[in-house]
Design a binder for this molecule. Structure first.
Ligand SMILES: [Zn+2]
Length: 97
């Protein structure tokens, strides 16, 4: 597991940069060195959706108190946020003319 590099110049993206991008709804990441824009792949979006879905299912399945339910849900969301930069895959955004 490693954080994505720029596909054009190979510059390593920062954890902070990638993480910020998810909180703005899969915002494209722009390489600070060469300016190439990268968008998240469909596979990454699917993984996030699956992970969120599984978290909800588990919380639902163990049928705990509402209080714990909320804590577990928040922890699930936080872990997505923390781990996201490590498994998110980006591709170069094609220029639309
Ligand atoms: Zn670059």
């Amino acid at each position: 597991m490693s954080i994505q590099k720029c596909l054009n110049c190979g510059k390593q993206f920062l954890w902070k940069e990638v993480q910020k991008a998810i909180f703005w709804g899969y915002k494209p990441i722009e390489c600070q060195q060469c300016g190439t824009k990268h968008t998240v792949t469909m596979k990454t979006r699917t993984l996030i959706a699956l992970f969120a879905g599984v978290t909800v299912l588990i919380v639902d399945f163990i049928n705990i108190s509402l209080y714990l339910d909320i804590i577990l849900s928040v922890m699930g969301i936080l872990s997505i946020g923390l781990l996201y930069p490590f498994f998110a895959k980006y591709k170069v955004r094609l220029k639309i003319k």
